[in-house]
Ligand binder design. Structure first.
Ligand code: GLP
Length: 243
């Protein structure tokens, strides 16, 4: 694992965008595993800027997103489908047919999760998976648990995640209680992993995930067993790691 320190959010975003753009330049038909949340917004803005300058071409790129709230329709501005279109897909020359987000409107979890897992396989797997991290160490929506979930599944969101995400909704009651997410096994199959994190509030999660024991109680800790992980954190997020 390589950990790169960035002085602030902007530098973290630019470093992360550098890695994703290198991937696309080296392999124009890359399968990018993408993530949502507030953390990657600056990175997407940077990629769009480079695309507009003519430095990046997304025409052959394929994408699979990590997760989606169950029950939110595509036109709901809090759905991850909406987020991805707003922050990236509608701003670059990616073919919408090549973009994939779990379908939050599918009511049958078994059906949707099996479909999504098969889809990722049929694309030949993920070349690089982008991740953020939750305050409790979650990745995607894999919440602290007694076991690591293998494949795409439906989860009940932790109270702390509902609390953390309520800032995006009109009220806490509007936050969906369930989500579809790639499993830990799905994430671990990605050839490369890029995790980005900023802010002091994530410093404990970072220290536990990358320097504590590997345990499903801290889902991101499993990444210690992946052979190609890059973590880019700003100084605040890395303030509690051993030096
Ligand atoms: C959300 C998402 C994750 C994201 C994390 C952190 O609940 N499901 O994919 O990485 O929590 O979000 P943020 O970047 O807004 O702190």
């Amino acid at each position: 694992m390589r950990i790169y320190e960035a002085k602030d959010y902007q530098e973290m975003s630019r470093k992360a965008a550098n890695i994703l753009s290198a991937q696309v330049i080296l392999k124009p038909d890359s399968v990018l595993g993408l993530a949502t949340g507030s953390t990657p917004i600056g990175m997407y803005d940077q990629l769009v800027e480079w695309y507009k300058k003519g430095d990046l071409d997304f025409s052959k790129v394929k994408t699979v997103n990590l997760d989606e709230y169950k029950g939110l329709t595509h036109d709901n501005d809090q759905s991850y489908y909406y987020f991805m279109h707003e922050h990236l897909f509608d701003r670059v020359n990616i073919d919408p047919a090549n973009t994939n987000v779990p379908d939050g409107t599918e009511e049958d979890p078994e059906k949707e999760c099996a479909r999504y897992e098969k889809l990722i396989e049929s694309m030949g797997g993920v070349d690089i998976q982008l991740l953020g991290i939750g305050h409790n160490g979650h990745i995607g929506f894999n919440e602290p648990d007694s076991t690591f979930a293998k494949t795409t599944h439906c989860v009940d969101l932790a109270e702390s995640t509902i609390e953390a995400n309520k800032r995006f909704f009109a009220s806490v009651d509007d936050v969906p209680r369930q989500a579809y997410t790639m499993g830990i096994g799905t994430i671990m199959k990605a050839k490369k992993i890029l995790l980005i994190v900023n802010g002091e509030s994530k410093a404990d999660a970072v220290a536990k995930a990358f320097f504590g024991p590997v345990t499903p109680e801290v889902p991101a800790s499993i990444l210690q067993f992946h052979s190609d992980v890059v973590v880019i954190g700003d100084s605040a997020a890395l303030s509690k790691i051993p030096r």
